[in-house]
Design a protein around this ligand. Sequence first.
Ligand code: 5GP
Ligand code: ZN
Length: 154
Amino acid sequence: MQADCTFCQIVSGELPADLVDEDERTVAFMDINPATLGHVLVVPRRHVADVMSAGADDWLAVAATARRMARWVVAAFGAGGVDLVQANSDGSVGNQTVFHLHVHVLPRYHDDQLGSWWSPQTADPAEITQAARRLVDHGRRDPETTLGLASTTS
Ligand code: 5GP
Ligand code: ZN
């Protein structure tokens, strides 16, 4: 637990929240400023700032709870869709404002005002391929890489 973290305080019960589900590793509760009706946040009990610093076990547990919440909100609110949104930031760019890993479960409705998360841009295909190579090169140096392209040497 990190004493000054809002989501740690919710997990410990120190700060009130509308809890909707919990298990050994995760807690799901209503967002205090919902983007749409039924906006849920899913967090790991353990304090980790973002997805990069989460252990695989915590991340998989958060993903499983987010999947369950997606099914619940669609059924409970008759949502036409559900977006799972997860923001990470170094504090200077991006959309993360609370630095305890969380997944937003956002029910989508025909009349909601959320729109699309990004507008597609055209890019030079060579630039895309170059970006892929850069990633695979990086992946070769990642000790977590076990299978796939980045595990082969060339
Ligand atoms: P982020 O911007 O980091 O992706 O999302 C943080 C979310 O946490 C926001 O949607 C915000 O409304 C929500 N939030 C911030 N403080 C509290 C709080 O004290 N209680 C609850 N339930 N939600 C909070
Ligand atoms: Zn925390």
